[in-house]
Design a protein around this ligand. Structure first.
Ligand SMILES: [Zn+2]
Length: 300
């Protein structure tokens, strides 16, 4: 089994046919690795923009790719075809975070007009693999770590790499892969790009549901029982939505206890995450304050 790690450098440019800015790919770098993750071959192509004659100052400073270098490059479709020849037969393609995939999909649609596409079989997000290893070693992974940050953390000397050039970033990724490889994690993170929902899943962003009539909401999750006696409670007023939570006043049919029933919904690609809690109405001293009862969380 062989592997490819791919890295892109792109510049944000206004693309008139789409009437919006596009992150146009201006450099493709890749390394090909054997089954032991040892380097077999490297690939790098600088792309000549079909949209602009200049690169942005920010891009040039970051990547070292000047307007002159960009203009001496090859057309994007040729660069992609070159990458496809280079990676042919490799079973897994990897990038550092799936951001590159969004750019690839968008470039294929806009700049390449669907005529040329990157050829992938299986895909793996290397950032996720590295963050899994960080977690095992007791590091905080709440925030996504940068490639450079990960390199420093795992003791790789970044002075040996020209960071933010596509080929060197790929080489650095390969170093991290050798350090962080863990068969169980690796296999669990493999994705089949040929699966019909691969790109749909990629584009999907989880969102909170703000309409109580949303068809994803199961009516059962809007029913509450009394936190005091467990009896059935009835809703006394309409649902209100604030800060991602729906709330409504409830009254127990058995004991008359009044409370606020609260529920929050987050739609993910495959499921709906539901959080529920009840809050007691209680008079404290002279002012009305809400006192929280223990929170219940459930997933469905
Ligand atoms: Zn009750």
């Amino acid at each position: 089994m062989e592997y490819v790690i791919l890295d892109l450098e792109w510049d944000n440019v206004y693309f008139p046919p789409a009437k919006r800015f596009v992150n146009q790919i201006l450099q493709i770098g890749a390394v090909r690795l054997d089954s032991d993750f040892q380097l077999v071959d490297t690939f790098e192509a600088t792309v000549r923009s079909a949209v602009s004659k200049k690169v942005s100052e920010r891009f040039s400073k970051l990547t070292g790719i000047t307007s002159e270098k960009m203009l001496s490059g090859i057309p994007l479709n040729e660069a992609v075809e070159g990458y496809n020849r280079f990676s042919e037969g490799a079973e897994v393609a990897m990038t550092w975070s799936n951001t590159d995939l969004y750019t690839i999909v968008d470039n294929q649609k806009t700049l390449l007009k669907g005529k040329t596409e990157f050829a992938f079989n299986k895909y793996l997000d290397l950032q996720k693999l590295v963050q899994g290893e960080m977690l095992l070693r007791g590091h905080d992974t709440k925030n996504q770590i940068s490639l450079e940050g990960a390199a420093v953390l795992f003791g790789i000397d970044t002075l040996n790499f020209e960071l933010h050039t596509a080929l060197d970033d790929s080489l650095l990724c390969a170093e991290l892969l050798r350090i962080c490889y863990n068969k169980e994690h690796f296999d669990a993170l493999l994705r089949d790009t040929k699966a019909p929902d691969f790109y749909a899943r990629l584009r999907f962003k989880a969102y909170p549901i703000s309409d109580i009539r949303d068809k994803n909401i199961d009516k059962e999750s809007l029913k509450f029982s009394c936190p005091d006696c467990g009896g059935k409670a009835e809703r006394l007023a309409k649902w209100k939505y604030r800060n991602r939570w729906f709330s409504a006043p409830f009254k127990c049919k058995e004991c008359g206890f009044k409370f606020s029933g609260r529920v929050s919904f987050k739609k993910t690609f495959d499921s709906l995450e539901v959080k529920r809690r009840t809050v007691e109405f209680k008079k404290r001293k002279s002012n009305n304050e809400l006192q929280s009862l223990p929170e219940t969380v459930q997933h469905q």
